[in-house]
Design a binder for this molecule. Sequence first.
Ligand code: SF4
Length: 373
Amino acid sequence: MTESAPAKKVNLLDLSRREMEAFFLSIGEKRFRAEQIMKWLYHRQVADFDGMTDLGKKLRTLLDEKCEIRVPTIMHEQQSADGTCKWVLGLSGGNAVETVYIPEPNRGTLCVSSQVGCGLNCRFCSTATQGFNRNLSTWEIIGQVWVAAKQLNHQQNGMRRITNVVMMGMGEPLLNFDNVCSAMDLMRDDLGFGLANKRVTLSTAGLVPMIDALSERCDVSLAVSLHAPIDEMRDHLVPLNKKYPIELLMAACQRYQAKRPRSSITFEYTMMKGVNDTPELAKKLVKLLRKVPSKLNLIPFNPFPGTEYERSDPEVIARFQKIVYDGGIMTTVRRTRGDDIDAACGQLVGKVMDRTRRRREHEAKLKEQADAA
Ligand code: SF4
């Protein structure tokens, strides 16, 4: 496994099945090698050629010369009492992202990041406070699933521990379209992680033209971060709304549904005390969501240091849910998970990177003092 700075060799985690086949043909090998290697990579999480025991020595040497298997490094790991796992994963260029695993009785959901930081500036989001740094490459996205699968012993006794992946971590996935789609292809490929289309979900803040592009490219579930049923409020909470207001967003969702009738759409609504949790807004939400057959997921706000918002009270959330549910919209409330760890998206990576920076500064200062002495 290579964990250091980027080299010029091809990283096999960057390749789709077809690209992998083309790669093997280009080095004078047979096409079937792609299937053989992908099984080692994605079904068994083996990341060094010596561990691929059915490859001959000559081929292993050739692979060592021509390509590599680079995966993210684990910088920090937290496990909550409720089984939620959170990793800060180191990437090239000294960057890091968060990946979270949430186990439930009948499924295990992995929340994956698509960018280092995010530039969309949603006001209630911890990741937004870090600003935008860069897009992740395909290997950095699929590599998060790879690391989680390895750590969780994914295929234990024939049972898969990761049953769902949501592109809902740090970043706006539709602003990293090509790499996110390539990684989602590998999540759904039988020789990759083999997840059903509907078990891979892309979450967007509402980038209307790219929702249309997604409907042409991928058959995955869609989640839309709505958070307010009226433009005035959504302009404030999700500034992207000023460019793509609610009416345009709902029309894009309708088009997505028409193009991908088997894919589901979920609207995400973070519940913030005294901000967007009144009965009047719940009624407005019902009117809005009737236009797009969908589910509503109410998310109790996860506070983080420096935020101006608080989580809505449980009885307020229950009242809101009832109004929307009675209005005919399937509505769930996300259980708050990992409350004993840094649960808000982007919170842990901020802390770890801050600690890393402080440690580097401290070490530099010590070195300076030693040089001066
Ligand atoms: S909520 Fe999502 S889109 Fe908005 S700033 Fe945070 S990471 Fe970006």
